[in-house]
Design a binder for this molecule. Structure first.
Ligand SMILES: NC(=O)c1ccc[n+]([C@@H]2O[C@H](COP(=O)([O-])OP(=O)(O)OC[C@H]3O[C@@H](n4cnc5c(N)ncnc54)[C@H](O)[C@@H]3O)[C@@H](O)[C@H]2O)c1
Length: 254
């Protein structure tokens, strides 16, 4: 890790109050970025913890990524506090609360909820942040997808569809923002032992098979994802866009 790699950069990480998002936000802060921790809950505690552990500037904001007003406020508060937006990590998702079930038993209300957070939320955050990336002359968008959309994992069809949409959206967005020097890439983790997954017996059982399917047959932890995000957010990744980087120990090979 290079402590000055992202010095002067400002990163917005959604869903950074806990889980994978918090770990990614911590790494970007350790790389030198100022970090906005946007979440429905735990945003202030996480922001304080990240500031302390990384000796970085942070801002905790209560944000529902599916709310246009909240997302507009998130961009405005970021600009007011830090004066720029360089990196957006769209990590927030309706994921842990999902009960696994055959597709015939998914109701339309839950389908809409998953799509609102996981796809509309990504769109709204990109729409709010890209103008500031353009004016600041630097832009890195990193969207959390999932290996489940590549492999076709059963029992959460709405979630898998939403993550497939994230991959497609990332590609099309990359083409729209490339002329401004902004990159958009998707990061697809495999089944990862995040805080919420460790508490979710049904998901843990469902993910048991993942380990054996990997070339590197061990559990995946949030820390396994930080190197990819740090790289994609950096100057070094300026010519990489529209891609899906799978970080899963070699389960899905694309
Ligand atoms: N854990 C895994 O196995 C795994 C695998 C592949 C992809 N992913 C993806 O990685 C990301 C993080 O996963 P995780 O395991 O930490 O998930 P998680 O469900 O534990 O955490 C998601 C975070 O997003 C926040 N959030 C939820 N809805 C929100 C909203 N509407 N607005 C703002 N914040 C909101 C939650 O409060 C939480 O802090 C998600 O995009 C997930 O889909 C996870």
């Amino acid at each position: 890790m290079c402590p000055v790699k992202l010095r002067g950069r400002v990163a917005v990480v959604t869903g950074a109050g806990s889980g994978i998002g918090k770990v990614l936000a911590t790494r970007l802060a350790r790389d030198g970025a100022s970090v906005v921790v946007a979440d429905l809950k735990n945003y202030d505690v996480a922001a304080a913890e990240i500031a302390k552990s990384a000796n970085a500037r942070t801002l905790g904001l209560q944000v529902d990524v599916a709310s246009e007003d909240d997302v507009a406020r998130m961009a405005a508060e970021t600009m007011k506090t830090f004066g720029r937006v360089d990196i957006l990590v769209n990590n927030a998702a309706y994921f842990a609360p999902i009960e696994l079930r055959p597709f015939e038993r998914i109701d339309a209300a839950e389908w809409r909820k998953v799509m609102e957070v996981n796809t509309l939320g990504v769109f709204l955050c990109c729409r709010a942040c890209v103008p500031h990336m353009r004016s600041g002359g630097y832009g890195r968008i990193i969207n959390l997808a999932s290996g489940a959309a590549i492999k076709g994992v059963p029992l959460f069809l709405h979630y898998v569809a939403s993550k497939g949409a994230v991959i497609a959206m990332t590609r099309a967005l990359a083409r729209e923002v490339g002329k401004d020097g902004i990159t958009a890439n998707a990061l697809a983790p495999g089944f990862t032992l995040s805080e919420s997954m460790l508490k979710h017996a049904q998901q843990l059982k469902h993910g048991e098979g993942s380990k054996a399917s990997r070339a590197i047959a061990r559990d995946e932890h949030p820390e396994d994802l930080v190197g990819a995000v740090s790289f994609l957010a950096s100057e070094d990744a300026a010519f990489i866009t529209g891609q899906t980087l799978v970080v899963d120990g070699g389960s899905a090979m694309v």
